[in-house]
Design a binder for this molecule. Structure first.
Ligand code: GLC
Length: 582
């Protein structure tokens, strides 16, 4: 589990876009005081293509499936889609091991499908953010095949090699390796190559200007096709200390310090900005918010022309199988908000393809709490300052899948190799499995639940991961028909956010910092003010707020009743309320 924890600690995403050429597609009147940008106003919906909609019966989602569901996506009220990698890949890490950056994975379809998908998205005013995986490639990429073929091959320096005659390379930790070592011996040239992730994901050498140019050319290829943004996968690892010093004992605990954000990273991002972002109306996303708030800020400071939006992972590191404290949650999100209060921008999310389902981790997936608590979490995501990222299925309140019980049920390389490693190190395997049941990435990857028919309408074949048995009740068809569903609450929230500058740009202020169950805050812009009150517990709780009297207009409530008297509010379990100042 240590691997999983480290892994989630590392996952930070930064969204960037070209400051110079952006056009705001949502602003109506010029506002002096706020720096309006389309990507700040975006509501991003993340689609994991393997799991969204299959149309050819192979049990794996495809681009045609996404095309078929675009009316649904539009109807959600989201404005952009972030698509996990769809390039050719041997799928060691589900597409995060790319063997051809200018081609579509055959499981997903063809380039023609891609072009249709993009134009169909644009026809609906939905923007597309592509995942760019360039800290590493697949070992099946032609660059690596060349690189490993001889020591004097022109592609040798595209990757990091350590000749065996220098002895064992200094130990480096690998996130996905069953033995844990990031150096893999390769007989052909009697040398070791570096892979921070799996053995099939060799790290690219960013110090080589040719590698960087290849990446900018790839990004340009997609930008020319008209994509609207890039998410730079695992990018904080791109800049390494290639003298490969020995690190002090225990350095793994300080993984980011030794592995990430090394010298050169800012230069690479500036160069990327110059070569790609500044030439197109694109936003870009890269993992890595750095070691400190200051570092995160430097990455997204518009004056530096690097990238724009921090996507910090502190928030998703909070829940643990044994529970978590709401105070940590409040502190974390308040801290990140304050870091970007004056300059810069952040993203808000509680789940993605590297996390288990949010309702199972932060709230309560058992009856009768699943629906109210999923609505409450969506209210949180869509009412904070920062660009919200909504992971597919969370709009329905999809939960962790009870079918994922034993290690044989999991498919994620992080789970499988993590298990092997834990076993070889004599860890407590019962705890390891408990942690997987709570937090495995596979929980977030089980197929979308469209209806109550066989395989939840996801596929006519055999789904690549088991469908959650709760699909009979938790599915889009049922939820569209129920006006009180999680889905309809989600749509109310996206509509409210799209129409409220105060929810997008307004200042955030935490109230009731000591309350053990309630997260309450205001969002304020000019004369406008919203009050958000979220009960994170299954208890009925009461809050006393002096401000309450000023807020009489009810904007959002995930219950039909509101028990409000003078300055006191009685909250139902997981009740979520947004009130506006009258
Ligand atoms: C990022 C991705 C994750 C992937 C890893 C290696 O963290 O989000 O899914 O496994 O990079 O590419």
């Amino acid at each position: 589990m240590k691997k999983l924890l480290l892994f989630s600690l590392l996952l930070s995403v930064i969204i960037s876009c070209n400051e110079n050429k952006k056009t705001s597609n949502t602003s109506t009147e010029p506002e002096q005081s706020i720096d309006k940008k389309w990507w700040k106003e975006a509501i991003v919906y993340q689609i994991y293509p393997r799991s969204f909609q299959d149309t050819d019966g192979d049990g794996v989602g495809d681009l045609q499936g996404i095309i078929n569901r675009l009316d649904y996506v539009k109807d959600l009220g989201v404005t952009a889609v972030w698509l996990n990698p769809i390039y050719s890949s041997p799928n060691d890490d589900n597409g995060y091991d790319v063997s051809d950056y200018r081609n579509i994975m055959s499981d997903f379809g063809t380039m023609e499908d891609f072009d249709t998908m993009l134009s169909e998205m644009h026809a609906r005013d939905i923007k597309l953010v592509m995942d760019i995986v360039v800290n590493h490639s697949s070992d099946e990429h032609p660059w690596f095949k060349e690189s490993r073929s001889s020591r004097d091959n022109p592609y040798r320096d595209y990757y990091h090699w350590w000749p065996a005659e220098k002895g064992e390379p200094p130990y480096r930790y690998s996130l996905f390796d069953a033995e844990g070592n990031a150096w893999k011996y390769d007989e052909k040239t009697d040398a070791y190559y570096l892979h921070y992730f799996s053995q099939k994901q060799p790290d690219l050498n960013w110090e080589n200007p040719k590698v960087r140019q290849e990446v900018y050319d790839i990004m340009t290829y997609w930008a020319e096709k008209g994509v609207d943004g890039f998410r730079l996968d695992a990018f904080q690892f791109a800049a390494k200390d290639t003298t490969f010093p020995e690190f002090p004992k225990g350095f793994e605990k300080n993984f980011i310090q030794y592995y990430a954000m090394q010298d050169g990273l800012h230069d690479y991002l500036k160069e990327m900005n110059e070569q790609v972002f500044s030439k197109y109306d694109v936003m870009s996303v890269a993992e890595g918010a750095g070691r400190t708030l200051e570092e995160a800020h430097e990455l997204v400071d518009a004056d530096r022309n690097e990238i724009n939006m921090a996507y910090a992972f502190d928030g998703v590191d909070i829940p643990k199988a044994e529970g978590y404290k709401l105070s940590t949650f409040k502190e974390t999100f308040s801290k990140w908000d304050s870091a970007f209060a004056d300059k810069g921008w952040i993203s808000i999310f509680l789940s993605n393809h590297d996390q288990a389902r949010m309702v199972s981790r932060y709230a309560n997936d058992s009856l009768p709490y699943r629906a109210p608590s999923a609505k409450m979490l969506n209210t949180f995501i869509l009412s904070m300052r920062g660009t919200p990222y909504c992971y597919f299925g969370d709009e329905l309140g999809m939960t962790n899948n009870p079918k994922l019980q034993n290690i044989e049920d999991y498919q994620d390389i992080a789970a499988i190799n993590g298990y092997k490693k834990a076993k070889s190190q004599g860890e407590d395997m019962e705890t390891f499995i408990q942690n997987l049941r709570f937090g495995s990435r596979d929980h977030g990857r089980t197929p979308m639940q469209w209806d109550a028919s066989e395989h939840a309408g996801f596929t006519s074949g055999n789904p690549w991961l088991p469908i959650n048995p709760n699909y009979v009740d938790v599915n889009t068809e049922a939820e569209l028909a129920d006006k009180n569903s999680v889905l309809n609450h989600f749509k109310k929230m996206t509509a409210l956010r799209r129409g409220s500058d105060v929810l997008i740009y307004g200042d955030y202020a935490l109230l009731l910092p000591e309350h053990p169950h309630v997260h309450a805050y205001t969002r304020s812009l000019g004369d406008e003010q919203f009050l958000v009150i979220l009960n994170f517990s299954k208890e009925k709780v009461s809050v006393i707020l002096e401000e309450l009297g000023n807020f009489s207009e009810l904007k959002i409530n995930n219950y039909s009743n509101l028990n409000k008297k003078a300055n006191e509010l009685q909250l139902e379990p997981y009740q979520a309320v947004i009130l506006a100042k009258s």
